[in-house]
Ligand binder design. Structure first.
Ligand code: TRP
Length: 450
């Protein structure tokens, strides 16, 4: 009899692709990628990023989904079962623990920024009904950051919406949400790119994104690009492993993995092509915008363009939807673990994890106001959490996942899970996860530590 997951299963290939793409496409694509690219010299960053996706991201994505589907349980339980099955060292189970901790840390700040998208959607909604305009976006943004109550409140609303989906389960919650949210997201994004094209600055935006300036390539930039590749594809913390556990047996992992990686990359580039023409068109210097880039530059444009209110509502609504379908995938692994190990009901389990993430998220909330003076390693608290979780824990988790799939799992298991691919592709993939990807990740990681 075919093994299925006790948490439920995706009803089809499309459902899995939508869910995995929904996880991958998020704040990472629309908020983080454009400002990282503009802070790191545009095209050169994009090129290094694309190489990270192809050489490290996609092979590890395949490894994660494969481990998940073979184990069919939440990450820690899966890894415990697979170490028993293969006789591998118990230490591999740490992959699952790194994943749970990284997921909790990431969700803690992700939800704060998710709250910003709700706040801005709300401002434009009010404006559509005759409310006040955002005339000084820099002030609007800094007022929001200066107000811990408001930040914590939106952070709570965002977290509540995330629990609302995860609490309902795989089919009734996750799958039902992505089925209508993902098509809506794509349509909105295309409408925004089409608007960008009418500004007459699409060419400039494209050359900004695609013309590489190799003098900008350095260790720090390569680390950001690698960290971003892991973050954007939702890798290294067992999210994709968990989604893989719910994937029916007859669906090709390499094919669906490639579709998800392509869709994620395409949407990051499209987001750049939607945002930069507007930014450049309004004479704003796209370099060095940092995390505030889209929040402070786009509202300037939305205030003067025809139909700007609608565009503002569409843009921040899009950003919220993208963040929402990702945050559910950050909450799912730890929730599934509590359900399995502690026998806690899904609704309660998701609420417990989310509550913890909300509390930890207060560190990010306060890093913008009452604790803004607290600095470590030249970063504020939010920056520190991002550094530890995104740039160190995700690559480390990914490295271990690649090694586990490449060296610890039996070849028969790999062949069974990757049935249908050509022998050449199989061999290439295996050596990439055994040697190439781990070496590349290690090089970048050592750069961070040294
Ligand atoms: N990939 C999402 C984004 O780009 C964020 C995300 C969701 C994530 N699940 C993850 C990041 C797991 C790392 C690991 O916004």
């Amino acid at each position: 009899m075919e093994k299925t997951s006790i948490h439920g299963m995706w009803s089809s290939r499309t459902a899995f692709i939508l869910a995995a793409t929904g996880s991958a496409v998020g704040l990472g694509n629309i908020w983080r990628f454009p400002y990282l690219a503009s802070d790191n010299g545009g095209g050169a960053f994009v090129l290094v990023y694309l190489m990270c996706i192809a050489l490290v991201g996609l092979p590890i994505l395949i490894a994660e989904i494969l481990i998940g589907r073979h184990g069919r349980r939440s990450p820690i339980t899966t890894l415990a079962a697979l170490t028993r099955e293969t006789g591998a060292a118990k230490g591999w189970i740490s992959i699952g623990w790194i994943g749970i901790v990284a997921g909790i840390l990431i969700l803690s700040f992700y939800s704060v920024v998710g709250g910003w998208t709700l706040h801005y959607s709300w401002l434009y909604l009010m404006q559509a009904f005759g409310g006040a305009h955002i005339t000084d976006p820099a002030a609007t943004f800094s007022d929001l950051l200066a107000n811990p109550w408001e930040l914590a409140g939106w952070h709570a609303v965002f977290m509540g919406l995330t629990v609302g989906v995860v609490g309902l389960g795989v089919e009734k919650g996750l799958e039902r949400a992505v089925r209508f949210l993902m098509p809506a997201l794509l349509l909105t994004l295309l409408a925004l790119v089409a608007y960008g094209a009418t500004t007459g600055h699409l060419g400039k935006a494209a050359s900004f994104l695609f013309e590489p300036d190799f003098s900008k390539v350095n260790a720090g930039m390569m680390m950001s690009a690698m960290g971003q590749a892991f973050f954007s594809l939702s890798l290294g913390m067992c999210t994709m492993m968990t989604y893989g556990a719910y994937l029916p047996k007859d669906i090709s992992i390499p094919k669906t993995g490639a579709i998800v990686a392509l869709a994620d990359t395409a949407i990051a580039l499209l987001a750049g092509l939607a945002i930069f023409p507007i930014v450049i068109g309004f004479g704003i210097d796209p370099h060095g915008g940092g995390p505030g880039l889209i929040f402070t530059s786009l509202p300037l444009a939305f205030d003067v363009m025809t139909g700007g209110v609608i565009y503002g509502l569409m843009f921040f609504g899009l950003l919220f939807v993208a963040a929402w379908t990702s945050s559910i995938s950050l909450l799912e692994p730890a929730t599934a673990f509590l359900v399995e190990r502690r026998g806690i009901a899904r609704k309660r389990g998701s609420l417990m994890v989310a509550g913890l993430c909300w509390l930890i998220g207060l560190a990010t909330v306060f890093s913008f106001n009452i604790w803004s003076h607290v600095r470590m390693l030249d970063r504020d608290l939010m920056g520190l959490i991002e550094l530890v979780a995104n740039d160190i824990m995700l690559p480390l988790g990914g490295l271990l996942i690649a090694l586990f799939a490449g060296w610890a799992l039996k070849e028969t298991v790999l062949r069974e899970q990757l049935a249908g691919i050509s022998p050449a592709v199989f061999t290439t993939w295996r050596w990439v996860v055994r040697i190439v990807a781990p070496l590349l990740v290690l090089m970048v990681l050592l750069n961070v530590v040294l």
